[in-house]
Design a binder for this molecule. Structure first.
Ligand code: NIG
Ligand code: FE
Length: 414
């Protein structure tokens, strides 16, 4: 027997549960829906007409009138680099004149320019810079986000970034889970000595991060000119020994075999995959690794998109995330990411919405807690001012989210 409901959300033109068993179609849509919540968790979903017959409420229960809006699960952004200092709008202009992301990096710009600024910032400063970004995420419907380190590249600076992530998670409504990405780039002190830097990551940074419980995941930029497959394997296997699940940058610019590595190490997700082989993604599918696509990055860098259809044909689970970062994707809006997925990668609107909800939750290993609205899960709920859920990606470039409920609490209202 459930606890009596302490929150009812009624009068939803559509309630998109993202659980096919609970409604119509692959998204489990309930027309004229309602939802009941107890102690921050969903206890009931169904047609509004049955709510009062089927749900016991406590005396002080609150009611939110959905006003005919569409209700849907809070978005899960499973790949971001939203903690950083400095900014790189000049690189964006250089790219418009023909420079590539890699050329800019080789000339001392790119990740290393953000490293310089981030090393110079304190925890307080990093938190103050990131706070309005997270607020923007929340306003656009993201209720859970992954945040990476990787702009410190010394033990102290990586710990500093992760301390900032922890504080961010504790001081505003968006749930934050940290990914240790010490192997994001080779710092200037280690130029030409990548293996020695990997030693530092494995022998010093990882234990320091894990002992302080500052991260849930481990990442590595497995890329030509950065970390090879063998070096990435070392980092990810060492992370696993410390209990960190692998979630990493794979086959972004060059086909290196990152997808295959993700399958081999049983990663939670392999991300980017612009250049991944569908056969590699098929191997990921065989062992349950989520393929996380970041179309905002291809859009912002002007690159061809990941072959999402080929990946979907393998049966792999495809998540979508923002990759929000100052260099390759300065955009936090997952509604726009869905539009890119549909118009550029030919994903269906259903696949796109699952990509930023349930499949994003899988990419973070949180699928039992969030990502859909089924009884037992946390009530992370968005109300959107749209005539039906398809408008979320169809009517693009605007923010449709007007209310956000996190763990059963109204945390944003426009
Ligand atoms: O996901 N690929 C590596 N990391 C980021 C870019 C970070 C940056 O440019 O600052 C990415 O694209
Ligand atoms: Fe990234």
């Amino acid at each position: 027997m459930n606890a009596p409901a302490d929150l009812l959300v009624t009068n939803l033109g559509e309630l998109v549960t993202c659980e096919p068993a609970l409604g119509e179609g692959p998204l489990g849509v309930i027309k004229n829906g309602a939802l009941a919540v107890a102690e921050g968790r969903v206890v009931w979903v169904g047609p509004a007409s049955r709510l009062h017959r089927e749900v016991v409420t406590c005396a002080e229960a609150r009611e939110i009138d959905g006003g005919g809006r569409v209700g849907l699960p809070g978005f899960v952004d499973s790949h971001t680099h939203l903690i950083f200092a400095g900014s790189r709008e000049h690189e964006y202009a250089l790219r418009a004149r023909g420079a590539s992301y890699q050329e800019i990096a080789a000339a001392g710009g790119g990740i290393l320019s953000t490293v310089k600024a981030t090393r110079a910032a304190s925890v307080d400063e990093l938190v103050a810079l990131a706070r309005p970004r997270v607020r923007t995420l929340l306003e656009h419907g993201t209720t859970t986000t992954e945040v990476k380190s990787g702009y410190g590249l010394t033990t102290a600076d990586e710990l500093k970034m992760l301390a900032a992530a922890k504080r961010l998670g504790e001081t505003q409504p968006v749930e934050v889970h940290a990914n240790f990405c010490g192997a994001h780039e080779i710092p200037p002190e280690y130029t030409g000595r990548t293996d020695a830097y990997v030693d530092l990551v494995v022998d010093e940074m990882l234990p320091a991060v894990a002992e302080r419980r500052l991260a849930r995941y481990v990442d590595v930029f497995c890329e030509d000119g950065v970390f090879s497959v063998a070096q990435a394997r070392r980092v990810l296997e060492a992370g696993a020994r410390w209990g960190l699940r692998a979630k990493f940058h794979a086959d972004e610019f060059v086909t290196l075999g990152g997808a295959e590595l993700a399958a081999e190490v049983r990663a939670l997700s392999a991300d980017h995959l612009l250049r991944a082989r569908p056969e590699g993604v098929a191997r990921m599918k065989a062992v349950g690794v989520t393929a996380t696509l970041l179309p905002g990055t291809a859009f912002f860098l002007g690159l061809p998109y990941a072959p999402a259809r080929a990946f979907l044909e393998t049966g792999a689970r495809v998540a979508l995330a923002s990759d929000f970062n100052p260099g390759s994707s300065m955009g936090p809006n997952l509604q726009l990411v869905m539009t890119m997925a549909v118009s550029q990668m030919k994903m269906s609107p259903e696949e796109a919405l699952l990509g930023v909800t349930l499949h994003g939750a899988h990419a973070m290993g949180l699928e039992e807690e969030i990502g859909s609205l089924r009884p037992g899960k946390r009530c992370d709920l968005l109300l959107a001012d749209v005539p039906n859920w398809r408008y979320l990606s169809y009517y693009y470039g605007v923010n449709h989210v007007s209310r956000v409920i996190k763990r059963g609490r109204l945390v944003y209202e426009r």
